[in-house]
Design a protein around this ligand. Structure first.
Ligand SMILES: CC[C@@H](C(=O)O)C(=O)SCCNC(=O)CCNC(=O)[C@H](O)C(C)(C)COP(=O)(O)OP(=O)(O)OC[C@H]1O[C@@H](n2cnc3c(N)ncnc32)[C@H](O)[C@@H]1OP(=O)(O)O
Length: 253
């Protein structure tokens, strides 16, 4: 199975489980996200949603470049990108705190998933980056829109996007992308992070999330996400992108 979903003591843990592909997102994993979202909406027992990657190396390497390379036209790209963008919008507007437990590399769409979460707890040796620019595309799942909502200084957020480089944990802390850097066991770090939150009535968390979600509704967040998707889809069909992906895949052979 390419993912697992486990509920324990109020924490719903969603683990991306394709370590041999560095937990890249394919259609099956998108269905996993949908299952998790449905679970949260139908189980009041869930207080915190946590997403992490299996293995040591990666949280998530973004879209599965091998699987999605068959999408060539703008329309084909839009169809895949908008599907995941819709899912991430649902995720970002869930009524409970969401946490990206970043155990390893979070690049491309993996960095977008992390940005769509409320909190990013990052392993000291992990790296994150909006590296889409190196593939001649922009973020295509709404990640830039979320990044500009996360309260980073505007020039720092923009620099992350336009440089398209991976940042180490010290840099991620400095720019304000990381909520917390951890050493050692990721679940110990998670337990410490939610220690105080656990003691608070869940209604309080839901109320704070509603405040943020209301603000986003007023600022047309969904529409802005979809415009980001459309921009990425346009770039997707250009030769520069298709050739960059071919170069990446050729390295693996
Ligand atoms: C499509 C949406 C778009 C968006 O909207 O954002 C994107 O997400 S674009 C995709 C951006 N992602 C990438 O460009 C992935 C780049 N991957 C890496 O930089 C590295 O793999 C890593 C994540 C930093 C991990 O490095 P390392 O631990 O050294 O592993 P390898 O590079 O050797 O990879 C192992 C294995 O996994 C395959 N792989 C990695 N990422 C992907 C991917 N995104 N899609 C498909 N396959 C991926 C890689 O090809 C290797 O395969 P083998 O050589 O066959 O073992």
């Amino acid at each position: 199975m390419s993912y697992t979903i486990e509920e324990k003591e109020g924490v719903l843990l969603f683990t991306l489980n394709r370590p041999e592909r560095r937990n890249a997102i394919n259609d099956e994993l998108m269905e996993g996200f949908k299952e998790v979202i449905h679970y949260v909406h139908t189980h009041d027992t869930v207080r915190f949603l946590v997403i992490t990657g299996s293995g040591e190396k990666a949280f998530c390497s973004g879209g599965d470049l091998a699987e999605f390379h068959s999408l060539v036209t703008e329309e084909q790209a839009f169809s895949m990108l908008s599907k995941m963008a819709e899912i991430l919008y649902e995720w970002a507007t869930l009524p409970i705190p969401t946490i990206a437990l970043i155990n390893g590399a979070a690049v491309g769409g993996g960095c977008e998933i992390a940005t769509a979460c409320d909190f990013r707890i990052i392993a000291r040796e992990a790296k994150c980056g909006f590296i889409q620019g190196t593939l001649a595309i922009t973020s295509g799942w709404g990640g830039a829109t979320y990044l500009f909502e996360r309260g980073l200084r505007h020039d720092r957020a923009l620099k992350m996007l336009v440089d398209a480089q991976v940042y180490d944990s010290a840099q991620l802390e400095e720019v304000g992308f990381a909520t917390k850097i951890y050493d050692g066991d990721k679940f110990v770090a998670l337990d410490q992070f939610i220690e105080y939150m656990r003691k608070i009535n869940p209604g309080v968390h839901r109320a704070y999330k509603e405040i943020e979600i209301r603000k986003w509704a007023e600022k047309n967040l969904k529409q802005r996400v979809m415009e980001e998707v459309a921009q990425c889809a346009k770039l997707w069909e250009a030769d520069a992108h298709l050739e960059a992906v071919e170069r990446f895949l050729a390295k693996s052979k």
